[in-house]
Design a protein around this ligand. Structure first.
Ligand code: NAI
Length: 333
């Protein structure tokens, strides 16, 4: 029976993985700690490792894991920007991911962020609980008829486009590989410059890689339609956060809602309510009335967690037995 060390395991991971594992011959060993050079030793004796978005899978960690006899890495997420694929291939480690799990879960969260940011329901909720029924400061815009720019029109981008279309928005898109599904929703592919200049709302749905890192930087922000709102449910590294703060201060950026943050590794998925947070950039973000942050919860629905557990276990089953696995990721893609 293959033994798998599951890192960054939260109570909900235990629950959904244990349920999905019933009837399968896989021995799951849950560890709460993040996978780092120091914690990699917990994988000693394991055949595989199951990791998540903020686990460290750089060359140093992968070399240690291979030395402990680990043969495969099962990512229980879609993104794999935290895995050094070149090192994994050199070390003979198979890597698989869960390419699609309820893309609607993330798309719906992007909309939840936008609707909250736009209509200030987070502020209204607090006001009403304190007996303050003033509307000043809660003014939003009607989304019908507005232009929404989607950078990345893959599974989540399309699910998001579908919802925005239902709101009566005009859709602009930018993608390396334009697809018919976006055009079937009356979406128009345009250059990034045009998308930035014409959109009232921009939502990011492309992966983080060397080409997309800081795709929203000072220069890109200078092209925004004044007051445009930016939503990021993809990966924090897509936005230069310091540049976004500067653009919020000049009011060029009218609102920012993020489910991901470029330095989230040391913050997210833990309770820091009793700590002093050292990250001054993050702390500055939290002071803006027009910034909304959630801690990487876009995927967090019952349906998505069920699918993640099932697909991850099927990947583990295939990789542990040396069988073909459709969800393998390699440097070639
Ligand atoms: P996908 O692979 O279906 O779509 C990504 C799209 O981005 C593709 O159409 C691709 O051609 C496009 N793309 C690639 N490079 C680009 C570039 N330089 N410029 C413009 N477009 C580019 O991926 P999916 O499933 O839609 O996921 C998108 C991202 O969402 C993932 O990479 C992941 O980082 C993030 N994600 C976030 C979650 C959360 O909980 N917040 C959960 C799941 C995914």
């Amino acid at each position: 029976m293959p033994r798998v060390a599951v890192f960054s395991a939260q109570p909900y991971d235990r629950r959904f993985f244990t349920e999905a594992c019933a009837g399968r011959d896989i021995d799951l060993q849950f560890h709460e700690v993040t996978l780092t050079p120091d914690s990699a030793v917990l994988a000693q004796g394991a055949d595989g490792v199951c990791a998540f978005v903020n686990d460290h899978l750089d060359a140093e960690v992968l070399t240690a894991l291979a030395g402990f006899g680990v043969r495969f890495i099962a990512m229980r997420c879609a993104g794999f920007n935290n895995v050094d694929l070149a090192a994994a291939e050199r070390l003979g480690l198979a890597v698989a991911r869960v390419p699609a799990y309820s893309p609607e879960a993330v798309a719906e969260h992007a909309l939840a962020l936008l609707l909250t940011l736009n209509r200030r329901t987070h502020r209204a909720f607090n006001r009403v609980r304190e007996g303050n029924f003033m509307l000043e400061g809660l003014l939003g815009m009607t989304l019908a008829g507005k232009t929404v720019g989607l950078i990345g029109t893959g599974r989540i981008g399309i699910a998001t486009a579908r919802i925005f279309r239902g709101f009566g928005c005009r859709l602009l898109g930018e993608d390396r590989y334009p697809n018919d599904a976006f055009q079937a929703l009356d979406g128009e592919y345009v250059s990034r410059e045009r998308l930035l200049a014409e959109s009232d709302v921009i939502s990011l749905h492309c992966p983080l890689n060397d080409d997309t890192r800081y795709l929203i930087d000072e220069q890109a922000l200078s092209l925004l339609k004044p007051g445009a709102m930016l939503i990021n449910t993809s990966r924090g590294g897509l936005i230069d956060t310091r540049a976004a703060i500067a653009a919020l201060k000049t009011r060029r950026l009218g609102g920012l809602a993020i489910d991901v943050y470029e330095q989230e590794t040391s913050l997210f998925f833990r309770d820091h309510s009793g700590d002093i947070i050292d990250d001054d950039v993050f702390q500055r973000l939290t002071t803006f009335p027009n910034v909304l942050i959630t801690g990487h919860q876009g995927f967090f629905t019952v349906e998505a967690l069920t699918e993640i557990a099932e697909v991850t276990l099927a990947n583990i089953d295939a990789m542990s037995r040396g069988l073909p696995c459709a969800n393998r990721v390699t440097q070639e893609g």
